[in-house]
Design a protein around this ligand. Structure first.
Ligand code: ATP
Length: 242
């Protein structure tokens, strides 16, 4: 489904993040091309695709960690790279490798992100790690380390934009449900969410981008407006630029 500005409840304002005609290559191999979408406050997009399709590359491009791309990325209407610092000031990013320092404890990891001890204890309790606060992370399981990373979502004053690369990976059923509830609450508070996941995510009005829809070579499709149609599926409030 292609959305227009008039479909969007927040169409009057400019989107937080907008992407137009984005193309990324790795080692000369195009991953995706002509990708366009916009993410508004209170909205969520799931990026889908097979292993190696380029989901993490897209995420890392959008947060400014990959700079060799073609196309345009805007944060609050300001084009990259000028818009990057203000975007990062409003960003909470948890990458594929989760950013957990295995030689530190969960408490120390959260302190590194600026949490007070009280805040860290509460966030760790919220992700089911009560009693594990002082163990080294290298002594924790994969799922527990994922929970340490996700505890950042429970610290006070969360950033407006959450970018989460495979946040459900390694979580058990209860952990997935708890995280989904946290993400829904974030959206209800007008936060925004961009995530990758190989599994379904229980978020109402979640829009989806499938990188399988945008895999042609950059040279052939970069300026082809027709290639921009039909990339974003769902009913959330992002605006499609076609
Ligand atoms: N730093 C890099 N240098 C060269 N090639 C890279 C680099 N990072 C990723 N790639 C390649 O880009 C392609 C896309 O990788 P990416 O990690 O974005 O895929 P993905 O869709 O996130 O995959 P997965 O579902 O397996 O996590 C892969 O073929 C990978 O080998």
């Amino acid at each position: 489904m292609t959305l227009t500005a008039s479909d969007s409840p927040v169409a009057a304002g400019s989107p937080l993040l907008s992407v137009q005609g984005l193309c990324c290559e790795r080692d000369g191999r195009p991953l995706f091309d002509g990708l366009s979408f916009a993410l508004n406050a209170g909205c969520a997009i799931q990026v889908m695709g097979a292993n190696g399709a380029g989901k993490s590359t897209l995420i890392r491009t959008l947060i400014g960690s990959v700079s060799d791309f073609r196309g345009e990325i805007h944060w609050r209407g300001q084009a990259f790279p000028a818009g990057l610092p203000s975007m990062r000031a409003e960003l909470l990013y948890i990458g594929h490798n989760a950013g957990v320092r295995r030689g530190l404890t969960p408490l120390e990891n959260l302190a590194w992100y600026g949490a007070t001890e009280k805040e860290a204890f509460e966030a760790l309790a919220a992700v089911g790690l009560f009693g594990f606060e002082d163990l080294l992370c290298r002594q924790l399981s994969a799922g527990q380390n994922r929970r340490v990373a996700l505890a950042r979502l429970y610290l006070p004053d969360p950033a407006p934009l959450w970018v989460l690369d495979e946040p459900l990976a390694a979580l058990d059923v209860a952990g997935v449900e708890s995280l989904e509830a946290r993400m829904r609450a974030h959206l209800e508070n007008d936060g925004s969410l961009l995530l990758t996941s190989h599994q379904p995510v229980n978020i109402p009005a979640l829009s989806r981008i499938d990188l399988a829809d945008v895999q042609a070579p950059c040279e052939d499709r970069f300026d082809d407006a027709a290639a921009l149609a039909g990339q974003v599926r769902g009913t959330a409030c992002e605006v499609h630029h076609g």
